[in-house]
Design a protein around this ligand. Structure first.
Ligand SMILES: [Zn+2]
Ligand SMILES: [Zn+2]
Length: 348
C-alpha cells in the first residue's frame, strides 16, 4: 500500500536493531571478510529481501581481483540472488511479502536517457549494478529496487534458480546475438555455457564446446550435456561455426574463434572483462565476420530467458557452499575446478 512502510519481520526481530551476516570485499586482492552488519533498510521504491541462495559468478572474481573500475568499497558481492520479500520501502507493495524473486546484475537505470528509452537500458550510463556498485547477495539480507527483480520459474529450487540470474540471463543475451546460427561454438564451458548449450540443443542447433586444451573433465561434462563435439580451444571443430560465444575471459580466444568461424559468422564476447586480444591477420576478419561484445542485460532479456527456462527443463549443475565459505567457492572458480555453477546458501 502506498505510503506504508513496514518491515514484516518474519524472524520477529526488532527491525531497527536487526543485523545480518555478510561476506564483504574491502578492496582488490583481499579475501572476503565475514562481518555482522546492520540489516539494510529499504529506501522508497525498494524491497527488503531475505537471501535464500546467491550464485558465484566470474564477475565476482574480477571484482575481488580489482579488474573492474570504480567498485563501491567496501561492497558485498553477488548478483545471482534468489530471495524472499520480507519488507517494503515507501511506495511499494509489489511483489507482496513472501514472494520468491530473483535479483540480477542490473540494479537500476535512469529510465530517461537515449539508451533507456530505446530498449537498451543495459548501456545506460547511470546504470548501477548489483554486487559491484550496490551491495549484493553474499549476505543474509539485501535491498533491491522493486522494478528490477524477476519472478522465478517454480520448477527450479533456490540453489538451482540462482545461476539462471546471470550465467543464464547474460548467456542468453549473448546467445540471442548469435542470431539464427545453426552451428554454434561455445568457448569456456562454465556456468553460462552449460545452460546456454542446453537451450541451443533444445532449439535444434549443433553445439561444439571448446575448453582449455587438455581439460578432459570439462570436455566430458559438455559431452554429458549432449553437445555434438567437445575439444580444446586449439582444436579444429568438425565443421566451421556460424557463430561463436566466448565465455572465458581470455583474449587469445578471439582470433581462435574467428579462425573457426565461417564467412558471415559472428564472434560474441560475453564477459565483462577479457585479457588483451593479440593482433591477428585481417584475413581472419575478412569475409564479413563480426566481433561483438555483450554488456549487462535488459529486463526484457531477463523476462525472455526466464520464460524459456520455465518451458525447457534445464539441468542446472550446482555446488553449494555456506555463506562463510565464499572464498573457497571463488578460489575453486579461479582454478577452473567448478563444473556448472557455485552457489552460496545463506542461512544453511
Ligand atoms: Zn538511462
Ligand atoms: Zn555474473
Amino acid at each position: 500500500m502506498a505510503g506504508t512502510r513496514g518491515i514484516d519481520d518474519v524472524s520477529g526481530e526488532n527491525p531497527l536493531t536487526a543485523t545480518m551476516q555478510a561476506m564483504v570485499c574491502d578492496g582488490p586482492g583481499r579475501p572476503l571478510a565475514l562481518r555482522t552488519l546492520p540489516r539494510p533498510d529499504p529506501a522508497p521504491g525498494q524491497i527488503l529481501l531475505a537471501v535464500r541462495a546467491c550464485g558465484v559468478c566470474r564477475t565476482d572474481l574480477h571484482l575481488v581481483d580489482g579488474e573492474l573500475p570504480d567498485p563501491k568499497v567496501p561492497v558485498i558481492p553477488g548478483h545471482e540472488i534468489v530471495a524472499t520479500v520480507i519488507g517494503h520501502g515507501e511506495g511499494v507493495d509489489d511483489p507482496p511479502i513472501g514472494t520468491r524473486v530473483g535479483v540480477p546484475w542490473l540494479g537500476r537505470t535512469c529510465g530517461r536517457c537515449g539508451y533507456c528509452t530505446s530498449g537498451r537500458e543495459n548501456l545506460c550510463r547511470e546504470a548501477r549494478f548489483t554486487g559491484y556498485q550496490l551491495d549484493g547477495g553474499y549476505a543474509d539480507c539485501v535491498v533491491a529496487d522493486a522494478r528490477y527483480v524477476f519472478r522465478l520459474p517454480a520448477r527450479y529450487d533456490d540453489a538451482h534458480a540462482a545461476p539462471l540470474l546471470c550465467a543464464g540471463l547474460i548467456g542468453y543475451r549473448a546467445y540471442a546475438m548469435a542470431g539464427d546460427a545453426r552451428t554454434l561454438g561455445i568457448y569456456g564451458f562454465g556456468a553460462a555455457a552449460h545452460l546456454i548449450a542446453q537451450v541451443a540443443l533444445a532449439q535444434g542447433r549443433t553445439v561444439y564446446a571448446f575448453t582449455r586444451p587438455g581439460d578432459d573433465e570439462a570436455q566430458a561434462f559438455a559431452a554429458r550435456l549432449g553437445v555434438h563435439w567437445s575439444g580444446g580451444s586449439d582444436a579444429s571443430p568438425p565443421a566451421p561455426l556460424d557463430a561463436a560465444l566466448i565465455f572465458a575471459p581470455a583474449g587469445p580466444l578471439v582470433p581462435a574463434a574467428l579462425a573457426a568461424t565461417a564467412p558471415g559468422g559472428r564472434v560474441i564476447c560475453a564477459g565483462i572483462h577479457m585479457s588483451d586480444i593479440p593482433s591477428f591477420p585481417y584475413r581472419l576478419l575478412w569475409g564479413e565476420r563480426q566481433i561483438r561484445s555483450v554488456a549487462n542485460l535488459t529486463r526484457r532479456d531477463g523476462e525472455a530467458f526466464l520464460a524459456l527456462a520455465a518451458t525447457i527443463p534445464l539441468s542446472v549443475h550446482v555446488e553449494t557452499y555456506a555463506l562463510s565459505r565464499a572464498n573457497d567457492a571463488l578460489n575453486r572458480l579461479r582454478a577452473g575446478e567448478i563444473k556448472g555453477a557455485a552457489v552460496l546458501t545463506p542461512g544453511s
